[in-house]
Design a protein around this ligand. Structure first.
Ligand SMILES: [Zn+2]
Length: 401
């Protein structure tokens, strides 16, 4: 089997593993048959995933107490429970201007969380030092010893090469390009670190715990200072050959438009990312206008702010329509800073999608806001660790030794 194929089978298994863990977490105690019913996975897939979780010490089984000597004479169903306290996970989300760290148990229930503003032109090494510091503080808040942490997941606003772990050049943090981030943070934390594009992590989180929990094909669109998409196709996170899949922010929308940070002209980001909205409103609303104030004013009915958000939605919808025609997903989930605009943004998107996508494709795809809000990316980072627990645990042991 070629490596790419094996890789996508592997990632399919990861998402399914998260869905099984979620069923275990929601129910407390649950049988294999009930997990299969709740997740829509086959009995044999569930049995094999449960066996893996048992081998990792994360799932324990016990016969249902009341039925042990049941009058029906049948074999009592074996109930499973997830041992969320068997370890802890750390999630780190680097945004354009914020840093968020969360500590969770292995069911991705957040135990403690801290955020800190980031200078947008910060030096990457200073950023990593700050992250390492914040991790130590957040672990203390959660009362979790570092020895209990099985790994840290980290999201960055840009594509990350999953082969050598370097940050690609379209990342929105210029100081980070070419850096092997996982290695650097691992050195500072002495726990295994996995890094991914934050849009991929948002897609993973919404698919595992959020708006996309019943979908097998979805597009998660992160709209903040940058624009990126995370793709879940046939139940798998799709990263492309070099980790660049989903770089939707750099799709050309105006050939004669303004120059984008990537060097091309008229990219989607130059008309629909938060900075573009701020630029559009400076003349009318003053130099000190910010994206937070635009969102606030739009909700209060300010005509100019409503207009630029609606127009951004239309531009996003036109590009998304192409994606819907090509990929035919069930859902288009909007996350990132601008998702807080709600229908002010989504109505513009729906308008363009209805206009530009094939009628069947657009009718088949819901355009919705994510339900995890600004936590989506850090939850995805935590989910990445939990879903890969079997891979990080041996690394953890090696680091400890
Ligand atoms: Zn661009």
């Amino acid at each position: 089997m070629p490596p790419g194929r094996a890789g996508s089978l592997e990632s399919l298994r990861r998402l399914n593993r998260l869905r099984v863990i979620r069923a275990l977490r929601d129910e407390g105690q649950i049988s294999r048959a009930e997990i299969a019913r709740r997740t829509g996975l086959s009995r044999s897939t569930v049995s094999s995933l449960v066996a893996d979780l048992q081998a990792d010490g994360l799932v324990v089984e016990r016969p249902e107490p009341g039925l042990a000597h049941g009058s029906s004479g049948g074999r009592p169903p074996i109930l499973l429970s997830f041992d969320a306290s068997a370890g802890a996970a750390v999630g780190v989300d680097f945004g354009h201007s914020h840093l968020r760290v969360a500590v969770s148990d292995l069911a991705s229930t957040i135990l403690a969380e801290r955020t800190r503003p980031l200078d947008t032109d910060h030096d990457a090494f200073a950023g990593l030092e700050m992250a390492a510091e914040l991790v130590v503080e957040t672990l203390a808040d959660a009362g979790v010893a570092k020895e209990l942490v099985i790994g840290a997941g980290m999201g960055l606003p840009g594509p990350v090469d999953q082969g050598d772990g370097t940050v690609h050049s379209s990342a929105i943090l210029p100081g980070w390009i070419g850096m092997t981030v996982a290695e650097e943070l691992q050195k500072r934390l002495e726990i295994p670190v996995m890094v991914d594009n934050d849009a991929n992590l948002g897609a993973l989180a919404e698919a595992a715990f959020g708006a996309g929990r019943d979908a097998t094909d979805l597009v998660y669109l992160k709209v903040s200072s940058g624009i990126g998409a995370g793709l879940i196709l046939n139940g798998r996170l799709y990263r492309g050959s070099a980790g660049l899949a989903g770089e939707l922010g750099h799709v050309l929308v105006h050939p004669e438009g303004i120059v984008c940070r990537c060097g091309n002209r008229g990219c989607l980001e130059t008309v629909a990312a938060s900075g573009a909205l701020v630029d559009l409103l400076r003349r009318s609303h003053g130099d000190d206008i910010t994206i937070e104030r635009i969102l606030e004013a739009a909700h209060a009915g300010d005509a100019g702010c409503v207009r630029v958000i609606h127009d951004a939605g239309r531009a996003l919808g036109t590009v998304a329509a192409t994606l819907l025609n090509v990929l035919n997903p069930e859902m288009l989930i909007i996350g990132g800073h601008l998702a807080a605009a709600g229908d002010l943004l989504l109505d513009g998107m729906r308008e363009s999608v209805a206009r530009a996508a094939l009628p069947e494709t657009s009718r088949g795809a819901q355009v919705v806001a994510g339900v995890l809000g600004e936590r989506a990316h850090v939850l995805g980072a935590l989910a990445l660790v939990v879903s890969e627990a079997d891979r990080v645990l041996p690394t953890r042991l090696a680091l400890a030794g």
